[in-house]
Design a protein around this ligand. Structure first.
Ligand SMILES: Cc1cc2nc3c(=O)[nH]c(=O)nc-3n(C[C@H](O)[C@H](O)[C@H](O)COP(=O)(O)OP(=O)(O)OC[C@H]3O[C@@H](n4cnc5c(N)ncnc54)[C@H](O)[C@@H]3O)c2cc1C
Ligand code: FES
Length: 264
């Protein structure tokens, strides 16, 4: 993990609130793996407001060009600042952070379930699984067509996928969790990785309560240090005898066994 300054190669607007930023960084290309993230400073040089860095999953790595990208949704001041950055600007970040997902020794069938911006960490995982010649299925759910352009990225991976939108503007109309529930038998023998809004993750936890699939969840929480020092990003996990304890998403995660997580 290093403090880095990368040149922005592009900061493309995918839709009203969704952007893809490509950053030059041979170090991240060499060191980062699926599931990891970078913590970005979201203020001009010399300004410390907002003070805290903002965490973003590594969306893609293109080793050939020494670039990595993040896919981000504009939520507040930090991401608003990022959306105004341009090609040639420098961006200050720390990474790679968090534990990576190791696909070695896992099942040959991989099901990825992403809701909204929760698709961001799953893309690189899908890419890695394809390199390892695994059979990958991507199930993605969105509110509307704001993620339409992301589908072009997915098409490049040449994997099977389905998209559901709540308003039916792209893909099928409905909720991605209903699709998973109805097709649970189809995905017997798959390792599952999911990321998305808490309500969606709770539903997936529920769907898989009695199944034997290994189900991993990538969690997000507001972060401060990003390196396990401040305890600002804890999640409740099951412990012995019905008790619980806390784990830090940045240091112990961000990937957890979904069955150990207690969603409040
Ligand atoms: C490990 C990790 C990976 C992430 N990866 C991505 C990613 O790839 N792309 C992406 O767009 N976002 C990602 N996020 C969420 C992203 O960090 C927040 O959206 C961002 O910090 C918001 O900053 P802001 O200053 O724009 O908003 P703020 O002004 O800080 O907050 C605006 C609103 O967003 C909510 N919010 C802030 N942080 C989070 C969070 N972590 N989770 C949920 N809601 C939040 C706040 O409660 C508030 O309602 C990730 C978070 C974590 C912990
Ligand atoms: S953000 Fe500080 S411990 Fe996780």
């Amino acid at each position: 993990m290093k403090l880095l300054n990368g040149e922005i190669i592009s900061n493309e607007r995918y839709s009203e609130y969704l952007y893809k930023m490509v950053i030059f960084s041979p170090y991240i290309c060499r060191e980062a793996r699926p599931g990891q993230f970078v913590n970005i400073r979201c203020a001009p040089e010399g300004i410390y407001d907002p003070l805290l860095r903002r965490p973003f999953s590594i969306f893609d790595i293109e080793e050939k060009f020494n670039v990595f990208s993040i896919l981000y949704s504009v939520k507040g001041r930090g991401t608003e600042f990022m959306s105004h950055l341009e090609k040639g600007d420098l961006i200050d970040f720390i990474g790679p952070l968090g534990n990576y997902i190791d696909l070695a020794g896992t099942k040959n069938n991989v099901l990825l379930i992403g809701g909204g911006i929760g698709i961001a960490p799953l893309y690189l995982l899908a890419k890695q699984a394809v390199v390892m010649k695994k059979n990958v299925f991507f199930a993605a759910g969105f509110k509307d067509k704001s993620y339409q352009k992301w589908e072009d990225d997915l098409i490049e991976l040449k994997i099977d996928y389905t998209i559901y939108t709540e308003d039916g503007s792209i893909g099928s109309k409905g909720m991605i969790c209903d699709y998973i529930r109805s097709n649970i038998k189809l995905f017997n023998g798959y390792d599952v990785y999911c990321c998305g809004p808490k309500e969606m993750l709770k539903t997936i936890q529920n769907i898989y309560t009695k199944s034997s699939n290994r189900v991993s969840v990538l969690l997000e929480e507001k972060m401060a240090c990003g390196v396990g020092v401040c305890n600002g990003c804890v999640v409740k996990v099951k412990h012995v005898k019905g008790e619980f304890r806390y784990k830090r998403i940045c240091k112990d995660g961000p990937t957890f066994d979904i069955r150990e997580v207690i969603f409040d």
